[in-house]
Design a protein around this ligand. Structure first.
Ligand SMILES: NC(=O)c1ccc[n+]([C@@H]2O[C@H](COP(=O)([O-])OP(=O)(O)OC[C@H]3O[C@@H](n4cnc5c(N)ncnc54)[C@H](O)[C@@H]3O)[C@@H](O)[C@H]2O)c1
Length: 371
């Protein structure tokens, strides 16, 4: 395969990130099929045409179904709001396309199950937008864990906080609607859950409490609308390996801009990481001499693969969009039949969705729920 035809649905925040990845993957990695940017869909033909010109796509449409019907499109990026993922991804799979879909996989668990079934039936490759597992730091932490650098892991703490909904007067938009899901759980929780799956094989049981800091928000029409989602979630959990854990999520955390903080405590040390400083991690090992014990900060460098594909010099740092380029490369490797590609496919995504819905059930019923 020398080239692969790409379709992109949606051109907002994530649509642009996918477009940058499709444009960047070949120059960065220099292998695999050359992406050919064939078809782009948006809500109107005018917007689609403008974005196609900006992003470098050959043609555009105001009707995403026309993109799915295009025989030259072989892989489809779905970057629309959550409520559209299931319908678009399933249509693409049924048309024989590979799918790269943004997280969360779907709003209803039944939809996620239908997506996973469609993926299995199609034999096509699927990947979800769990970009944080692509960070060279996270990959290296996984290596350290498998090497036993901090011994047996007995406790983990995950936090994800941002402040884009911290202002009680911030406008009501789709993320406050029940059609987008529960709120912080599926908007945020899925990211730490993808890390727990990547590092520890996932979550066995959960006990959750959801909270809604603001009951209503101003709408575009000048009135107020009742908020339908929970912006805060507090979760106790148990990992499949047996370690206990805590996950705390807050979309209304003033001052936090992109925090996905993780502490992993083991019998011989601790690893700490924060997405707000995602080119470094901290390591404490009990095997250091007592006179020098303390956390050391390790900056990423070409030795932390695949950092070297972007930059030959240590300490210069990757950015968010680079994680999308790595994710795109892993997707292409999977399409090329490489079985060790690091992606969360629709079966892996379904496992994450089950954890999300178990947390919501736990909140409703006030008890621990097994996954
Ligand atoms: N992986 C990540 O780190 C990450 C970060 C942010 C958002 N997301 C996910 O990406 C998805 C999109 O979020 P966003 O922040 O990019 O939203 P956005 O509002 O910025 O962009 C969504 C785009 O989809 C378009 N769209 C809506 N309905 C459409 C339709 N029927 N046909 C074609 N286009 C349509 C909109 O016009 C808009 O341009 C969400 O599911 C979100 O959860 C993932």
């Amino acid at each position: 395969m020398t080239s692969i035809g790409v379709g992109l649905i949606g051109t907002g925040y994530m649509g642009k990130a996918h477009a940058l990845a499709w444009n960047g993957v070949r120059p960065v990695f220099g292998d695999g099929p050359r992406p050919r940017l064939v078809h782009l869909a948006e809500v109107s033909a005018e917007l689609a045409a403008r974005r196609a010109d900006e992003f470098g796509f050959e043609r555009s449409t105001g009707d995403w179904r026309a993109l799915i019907a295009d025989p030259e499109v072989e892989v489809v990026s779905v970057t629309t709001p959550n409520a559209f993922h299931a319908e678009m991804a399933i249509a693409a799979l049924e048309a024989g396309k590979h799918v790269w879909c943004e997280k969360p996989m779907a709003v209803a668990l039944g939809d996620a199950e239908r997506m996973a079934a469609a993926a299995r039936a199609s034999g096509r490759v699927t990947a979800l937008g769990y970009n944080y597992i692509q960070n060279p730091v996270i990959r290296h932490i996984r290596t350290l864990l498998s090497e036993g650098t901090i011994g047996e892991v007995n406790h983990v703490r995950f936090e994800m906080d941002e402040d884009f909904m911290a202002d009680p007067e911030a406008l009501f938009y789709w993320k406050s609607e029940a059609s987008s899901g529960y709120g912080a759980l599926d908007d945020f929780g899925v990211h730490p859950l993808s890390l727990m799956q990547f590092l520890f094989g996932g979550v066995a049981r959960v006990m959750a409490q959801l909270s809604m800091p603001y009951a209503d928000r101003p709408d575009r029409a000048g009135g107020r609308r009742r908020v339908e989602t929970w912006d805060i979630a507090s979760v106790l959990l148990e990992l499949r390996g047996g370690a206990s854990g805590v996950m705390a999520l807050n979309r209304s955390a003033w001052g936090r801009k992109g925090r996905i903080a993780m502490q992993i405590f083991g019998s011989r040390g601790t690893i700490a990481y924060d997405q707000e400083r995602f080119n470094e991690f901290q390591l404490y090992t009990a095997s250091d001499r007592p006179t020098e014990q303390g956390f050391r900060t390790v900056l990423t460098a070409p030795v932390h693969e695949p950092y070297d594909r972007f930059i030959p010099a240590p300490g210069h740092g990757l950015g968010f969009n680079d994680l999308k380029i790595i994710e795109c490369h892993e997707l292409l490797r999977a399409i090329g039949g490489e079985r060790d590609a690091q992606i969360v496919d629709f079966d892996g995504g379904l496992d994450i969705e089950r954890a999300v819905h178990a947390m919501a059930q736990s909140h409703r019923e006030g008890r621990w729920v097994e996954i």
